[in-house]
Design a protein around this ligand. Structure first.
Ligand code: HEC
Length: 92
């Protein structure tokens, strides 16, 4: 779990705060060039290739790129593990 270890500041937080961090990067860094792409539309391998490329375009730190590589997994985990929490539609 190297990525987890590298992501020190958030290491003690619940997974949902990692998801929030990923979403924040997506909105702040990625959406200034194009719409927000759905990670679920890609295979994990394809997504990771794109993140290597897009991480460079966005000048992300390596740990931020790693976090976004796990974005699909974080989204799936959130959807599966928090059935009681209503998902907000629209603005985030
Ligand atoms: C400097 C502008 C720029 C930034 C910042 C940027 N992108 Fe991109 N992105 C592009 C361009 C241009 C393409 C078209 C493909 C290419 O680069 O060849 C693209 C393509 C993509 C694709 C593939 C789309 C397809 O055709 O399926 C994904 C996914 C993606 N970006 C995600 C991201 C994410 C996530 C971030 C934030 C980490 C990001 N991008 C940041 C410019 C940018």
């Amino acid at each position: 779990m190297l990525a987890w270890a590298v992501w020190q500041p958030q290491a003690a937080d619940p997974p949902s705060s990692e998801l929030k961090a990923a979403q924040k990067l997506d909105v702040n860094k990625c959406a200034r060039c194009h719409r927000r792409y759905q990670p679920s539309a890609y295979t994990q391998a394809d997504w990771e290739l794109w993140m290597d490329k897009m991480g460079r375009k966005s000048k992300l730190r390596p740990e931020q790129t790693d976090l976004l590589k796990r974005y699909p997994e974080l989204l799936r985990r959130e959807e599966g593990s928090l059935p009681a929490q209503p998902r907000k539609k629209g603005k985030q």
